[in-house]
Design a protein around this ligand. Sequence first.
Ligand code: CMX
Length: 436
Amino acid sequence: MSALKEKLYEKIQEHRPRTTRLLKEFGDKVIGEVTVSQAIGGMRGVKSLVTDISYLDPMEGIRYRGYTLPEVFEKLPKPAGAEMPYVEGLWYLLLTGDIPNEKEIEATLVDMTNRRTIPRYVWDVIDAFPSESHPMAILSAAVMTLQRESRFNIEYQRGISKMDYWDSTYEDATNLMSKMPLIGAYIYNKLYNPGAGHRYPDSSLDLGGNFAYMMGKDKPYDDVARMYFIIHADHESGNVSAHTGHLVASALSDVYYATSAMINGLAGPLHGLANQEVLRWLQGLNEQMGGKVPSTEDMKKYVWETLNNGQVIPGYGHAVLRKTDPRYAIQRDFCLKYLPNDPLFGLVSKLYEVVPDILREHGKAKNPWPNVDAQSGVVQWFYGIEEYDFYTVLFSIGRAVGVLSNLVWDRALGYSLERPKSLTTAMIEDMVGAKK
Ligand code: CMX
């Protein structure tokens, strides 16, 4: 058993009695209520999920295992000469709740590097896609193709105990996490860089470094990849991608089914696809301007036009957050350091000056501040990834770190099949006295 798996097992043993006690002794205690607008309006804020991997405070932003993002970036170990931490370190932290020491990170790197082999049939499936396909559809299918490798599925057929589900789920999750960046890079080269051929992974490089290498990108893109994967890893369990993964796996579908489904949820423009929408929308502005740099007034006019057309301003607003997303701030700091004079960064900064006031005046969005997606395209574009359809694939690789850690814990704690109750409209009308 690897050192990480051993530690995880200890943590699971420690944690299980807490969940069992809550269910047995306090199962009937009320921790929230549901209003009509929550039932009709996407269950916003309904307290009905449990995770210890991350917690999202509306004012502070995300904490991973109790650490704020700046703390995560400060405390996790980093490769020699790098500014950003190992993604493998985050994997360790999310699974165990502990910051890995030097020995622990070394062992995790070796273990994950050894799991990078991808069966030929996965490349064949990717190659068979038409080159006009959206990269998210290809990624989802490629992950689905790997389902054939599921250890959980084999163990389940053999009839293992529920107490052991976490073990093969951990194996599947670690395998998939180690392979996903390779799949992402392959999809990129197939669609946008066909002359590059297939690069084989470099086992001397960590997940972020190897991803940059396979994408054919020089430093500091390795740090960009690490930063990007880390900030996108988790945002509690209730967002569409994390929740979809959890829901699908609650039927004991293995991590391949669950991750493919979470990718499909992330592909929506109100969720992960917003990062590409920001650039598409800004390009629309540039076209309108005919090459002239938009003034603040031009920008305001364009924002209002978008709102008056009944569209949303991509990259702004959030279902939970009520201030500027710290993931936006971290990327902004990176831009200020590495690309302060980039014209696209200038445009995004100018947006930050005008959009919050306009959204407040517009009066609908509960949160007028930018979310992670407002900034992330700028960084990728600067480093030559101008094919913005690809940005959500990057988001997916990052999000997999959190979703897969959660799935391991879901099985460790025996979380149940999800089955909320639905009512008819007439029933609700009766309940609230809306019927004449
Ligand atoms: N521009 C215009 N209107 C907005 C808005 C925005 N950026 N954000 C919210 N609104 C509107 C909503 O569409 C809603 O309008 P209706 O009452 O007509 O339906 C109203 O304000 C209230 O919405 P809310 O409670 O503030 O926000 P929701 O929880 O319903 O939705 C989100 C959250 C993110 C989908 C929404 O803010 C949005 O559409 N933002 C733009 C897309 C985006 O950036 N998505 C990425 C989010 C981060 C991520 O998951 O990756």
